[in-house]
Design a protein around this ligand. Sequence first.
Ligand code: CTP
Length: 393
Amino acid sequence: MSARRILLGVTGGVAAYKAAEFTRLLVKAGHTVEVVMTEAATRFVTPVTFQALSGNAVYADLWDPRPHNAMAHIELSRRADVFIIAPATANTLYKLAHGVSDDLISTLAAARTCPLVVAPAMNRQMWANPANQRNVAQLRADGVQVFGPASGEQACGEVGEGRMLEPEQLLERLEALFVPQRLAGRKVLMTAGPTFEPIDAVRGITNISSGKMGYALARACRNAGAEVTLVSGPTGLPCPEGVQRLDVGTAREMYDAVLRHAGSADIFIGVAAVADYRVRNRAEHKLKKGDSVPVIELEENPDILATVASLPAAPFCVGFAAESRNLLEYADAKRRRKKVPLLVANLVQKAMGRDTNEVLLLDDAGSHALPEMDKQALAARLVEELAARLPPA
Ligand code: CTP
């Protein structure tokens, strides 16, 4: 995502300490951050912390004379691409919902021209309070984006809904706001990660796959407005926000999960490194070392991508091809064999276990090379390429 000017409003809740980490993440991602605080917020974290992290002056006072025309309440939000208030207390939500402008943050919100986002943080009972719920509903009706809150353990020791989203989740949601909604209204079904074919109770056959490319693509599709179902083999990756993940182990479990959802999907993307074979003589218990070396018999797994592509009302199918040599020749043959309109091919040496990838796109018109890039940037580019080839909804 290109760099944005972000105005961050910090109000007085314990979660203010997470706003410091959020500031750091925003700056690290290349954005310009200006921080405004309520007086209460400065009791939790000092302005100096935010000044050091953002590299910019911090404002907490409506009467601050520093902006050149002494109009801090207008100027700060006029130069921002988005105003995000995180954490947003129940009191601030009330003020925003009722147009109260009695401190810098509420005045900036009222005078802004940019989109407004709030990330509520409060005790679960305060969150559930009917008055607060009315305020949140009013804010949504006014076009304000509400990120979270999440459920979990709270600073007060209670457990429930009201925790602020984690800084990483806020960053992800915020960046998604600026992505063109090329896949709005589309349902995307995907596979990612490796599969695991058991040999016995503790051993198995698998492919080397971190799942990073598939997860990056799931995130990019969601950012572009799609409803995403991700059928994932075992990876250590967290599920991207707003993506429905179905965890599977073997290729046959992946096949079953995909075919259960393929009928309602508009797009199917097979990114998983599916094991081509499974063990026919799988042992129920751990094989013990004996006199002879065990013989493993293999049988072929179903081809998930080829099966989905040959369904009568097949979704638009995108395949991936991981090759270690003869990239164009093997990938082209694979695309024709599996009958997919778009295939993304890469050399395993350039992708596996790395954060970057360099791919070749193959379609009916031929092959197109994309430059090497970060997997998340590549995922966003692939969404553009995919959207450009989709039949009209
Ligand atoms: N694929 C699949 N089901 C399988 C095997 C592969 O859906 N049983 C999908 C992968 O997710 C990928 C594409 O098919 O989108 C190509 O996978 P790849 O492993 O490169 O090709 P294979 O079909 O396994 O062919 P080969 O092993 O000969 O390269």
